[in-house]
Design a protein around this ligand. Sequence first.
Ligand code: DD3
Length: 331
Amino acid sequence: MAETTTKCVTDSSGTDELSPKVKRAKPDNENGRGEVGHESESENILSGFKTSTVLSDSAREKNIFIHGKLADQDAVVILEKTPIREDTLAEIFSGSRLKLEMRNDIYCTYQLQAPPHLNEIKTTVVCPATEKHVKKYQRQESSLVEETGTDYQSITLPYIQKQSFSVQWVYNILEKKAEAERIVYEDPDPEVGFVLLPDFKWDQKQVDDLYLIAITHQRDIRSLRDLSSEHIPLLQNIFQKGKEAILQRYNLPASKLRIYLHYQPSYYHLHVHFTKLGYEAPGCGVERAHLLADVIQNLQSDPDYYKNRTLYFPLRADDGLLSKFREAGRL
Ligand code: DD3
C-alpha cells in the first residue's frame, strides 16, 4: 500500500497481506489510474475535511476520533497509528532520516523519519455520520445494567425495534456488494451458513491484533437473547469452520483464539467475534463478552437459557436504552 490506508464504511477497500496466496502489489501498480481498484489511493477526500470537535483521543491507543464536515455532510474520522512490524525493521533502519534530540552519557534520543510507506496512519471515515455515530465515539461513563428476561421483553426489545438500526452494511457483505474480496471463508447454507471476514478495526498487517467477524446468513437473529437450542447447529458450525479457516489462512490454532458474542451487540444481526488471545480487543471484557463455547453449552443444558437468564451489560450515559431502564425503575 502506498501512503495512508483510507476506508469508508460504505466503501470496499482493503489489503490481504497476511494471505499466503495473495502477493502484495508493487507500489507502481497502485499509483496513477487505480488499476487495482483502490479509488481511495488516487485522491485525498480528506483534504476538504473541516474539524468540528475531537470526540475522544487516547495517547496509549494512539488514536483520535474527530467529528467534522466533509462537503457539508457530517462525518466521523478515526485516525490510528498502527504497530511497528518486525519485517519492516531493516528498511526503517536503513531508509530513514534520523534527527538527534539529545545525548547524555550512554543515552541518546532521536526523531526518526521513516519512509512514507512505513509511516501510515490507519484511517476510517464514516460519512454521512448520524448523531448516533457521533455519540458512539464521545467519551462517556458507563453503568452496568441488570436485564431479566422480562426486562428484555418489556424494555430492551421494544427499544431496539423502534430504533431500527440500519444493518445495510451487513447485507452488503452477505450479498457481496461490499468487501467481497476480503471474505476469508463462507459457508453459503441459508440455515447454518455465515461469512467470515476481518473486522475493519483490524488492518491485517500483523496477526497480533487479529480480529475477524462471522456474520450469519440468517437475518432474523438479533442477538444472544434470540438464541435457543434450535440454533446450536448454526453456532457449532461457526465455531468449527471459523477456527479451521483461521488456522488455514493465518496459521493460528484455536488455542490462540477468543471466540465470543457481545451483549448488547453494536448491531442487531447475529455475529461472532474472533480475536487473538493476548490482544485486548475493545469489548472483550467480562461485562460484554460471552464465549461461544459457553453459549453452546448453556443452550445444550437449557434450550431457553438466554430467554430467561438475567444478563448484565454496560450502557453509556447517553444511551437511550439506559433512560428506558431508568424510567422503568430498573436502575
Ligand atoms: C460500524 C460496527 C460497524 C461506525 C463504525 C463501525 N467490519 C462496520 C461497516 C462495515 C464494519 C465492521 C458502525 C461497519 Cl466505525 C459505525 O462496523 C464493516 N466492515 N466492523 C467490517 N469488515
